[in-house]
Ligand binder design. Structure first.
Ligand code: ADP
Length: 510
């Protein structure tokens, strides 16, 4: 805020300085120019006076020159000398002979060449002019009647010259006096003008300054400060608008605060509800998992005894009882399917409840992959699929949870074999410094985008004719996903309907 005030002050000082300098320069310029105009005017006036005096003297000097008698021009010369600033004068004939002179010697040597018919300036110095006027013999200058008779025959004849020296140093005095007077007056008016401007500035800028600092305070301190409504009408209008804005803002802030309080209360309430719902969901999930694992356990025991007794019946049944043998085999098949399903449910329930641990044991990866391949290869036969293996594995033993990894790969390879007909199933296993990367790629029925989105959900099987054609529980991929998560790995899938599917599993080795 102080910064802006300083800025305003320096702007004010600058403005005042500029205006002051401008006015003073204007005053000096106008004083000088008006003095100069006065000087030129007076100079013209004096010059004209000098010319007239010289001309008049010339007119009255003819007789003195005709008769070579200074007495005839004495009065005229005295009159001329009576004029202000006339310092010297001389009447000379055509031979440069001085007939009369006043005020001392006046140099006349340079007049012989003058061929001027009227008054002219013979010489000009810093402080004087010397005017020269030719004196002619004309009808006006003749005195006797006899001459008048021959008036028409008298020609204009040069009798001599009149020289008048006029002082002009007073012009400069007048000029300087004019400058001083004008300057004084101009400065006086300038001071008055500055005073008026200063008062006007203060009236306008001080309230503006106050308004600006109030605005800054409002911005810096984020408080609702109001401006004082004073100064010129426009500034009062500004202050009033600012105050209205601040009041509106304060009102909005109040409303916002109120809304925030309501919102906070609502969020708190919702969070409480959500926490409760989450806790209930966790509890329900735990109960579900417990229920599933208990029920699976309870179901497995009678199922295993059904399987055991069925095997026993097959063994003791005579050959000719073929129909019964077929029925018992169906019982065994269904019981096995049921057992597999129960095992899967148990696995998933355990994984979801976090009751499955990773058990790392040293294993040779080549041996491990060979085991998986030997299990899976027979599954390629029913659908007439080709199986291709590619691997880049180290010979060293590494720590893996072979049972879960095997289950992951068997699920994926089993699905590939199941959903592919007369196609190819590619299995690749790559070991890098810190990961194991498996890829299971088939050229089977594939899936569309929507189906791919849900295949890791438990009990999900793609609806439609395919599902009915293929056996399964819809649990294999859900378990596979859970196992990958447990191993801190990832599983991704790319699939296109009618083209095939590719599953990628990456398991970190650390
Ligand atoms: P299921 O026991 O039904 O195979 P899964 O969880 O393993 O259960 O698979 C879920 C569903 O995902 C399958 O029913 C099938 O529709 C689809 N599926 C899985 N693997 C493939 C695959 N390789 N090709 C096409 N569909 C597949």
């Amino acid at each position: 805020m102080a910064n802006t005030q300083n800025k305003t002050k320096s702007f004010r000082a600058q403005l005042t300085a500029i205006v002051t300098i401008g006015i003073v320069v204007l005053a000096i310029a106008s004083a000088l120019s008006s003095a100069w105009i006065t000087k030129v005017h007076i100079e013209d006036q004096l010059f004209e006076d000098g010319q007239q005096i010289t001309e008049s003297l010339a007119k009255q000097s003819a007789l003195a020159l005709i008769y070579d008698s200074p007495e005839n021009a004495k009065d005229a010369a005295d009159t001329a000398m009576g004029f202000p600033d006339i310092e010297q004068l001389a009447i000379v004939d055509t031979n440069n002979k001085v007939i009369l002179q006043r005020g001392g010697f006046l140099k006349t040597s340079n007049i012989s060449n003058s061929d001027k018919q009227i008054v002219s300036l013979l010489e000009e110095g810093i402080n004087h002019w010397i005017f020269l006027a030719p004196v002619f013999l004309t009808s006006e200058t003749t005195t006797d009647d006899a001459t008048l008779l021959f008036q028409s025959e008298i020609k204009k004849e040069l009798l001599g010259y009149v020289l008048v020296k006029k002082e002009k140093s007073k012009i400069n005095e007048v000029f300087y006096a004019a400058i001083i007077n004008n300057l004084g007056i101009s400065l006086l008016f300038s001071t008055l003008l500055l005073l008026v401007i200063h008062i006007f500035f203060n009236r306008l800028i001080t309230p503006l300054d106050n308004l600006a600092s109030v605005m800054e305070r409002a911005e810096d301190e984020k408080t609702n400060v109001l401006a004082t409504e004073e100064g010129p009408r426009e500034v009062i209008g500004l202050a009033r608008a600012f105050n209205k804005m601040i009041e509106a803002l304060a009102e909005q802030q109040e409303q916002l605060k109120h809304h925030n309080e309501i919102l906070e209360y609502e969020v708190e309430e919702r969070t409480r509800d959500l926490v409760y719902a989450r806790d209930m969901a966790i509890k329900a999930n735990r109960n579900k998992s417990n229920f599933l694992s208990n029920i699976s356990h309870e179901l497995r025991t009678p199922l295993q005894s059904i399987l055991g007794y069925s095997d026993l019946i097959i063994e003791v049944l005579p050959q000719e009882q073929g129909d019964i043998q077929h029925d018992v085999n169906t019982i065994i098949q269904n019981a096995e399917h049921l057992l597999q399903m129960i095992n899967s449910i148990l696995d998933l329930a355990k994984a979801e409840a976090g009751k499955i641990d990773i058990k790392l044991k040293p294993a040779n990866l080549n041996q491990f992959v060979a085991d998986v391949v030997s299990t899976i290869k027979p599954l390629m036969i029913p659908n007439n699929n080709k199986f291709q293996l590619s691997k880049q594995l180290n010979q060293d033993e590494i720590n893996i949870d072979a049972i879960k990894l095997r289950q992951i790969l068997l699920n994926l390879l089993g699905n590939a074999a199941k959903f592919t007909h007369d196609g190819t199933v590619n299995f690749s296993a790559i070991q890098t410094s810190d990961t194991l990367q498996f890829q299971i790629k088939d050229s089977g029925i594939g899936m569309n985008k929507d189906q791919v989105e849900h295949i890791f959900d438990p009990f999900y099987q793609i609806d439609g004719s395919h599902t009915r054609r293929y056996e399964g529980t819809g649990l294999g991929l859900a378990i596979t996903y859970q196992f990958c998560q447990l191993m801190e790995g990832s599983i991704t899938v790319e699939s296109e309907e009618g083209i095939g599917s590719t599953f990628n599993v990456i398991i970190p080795l650390n």
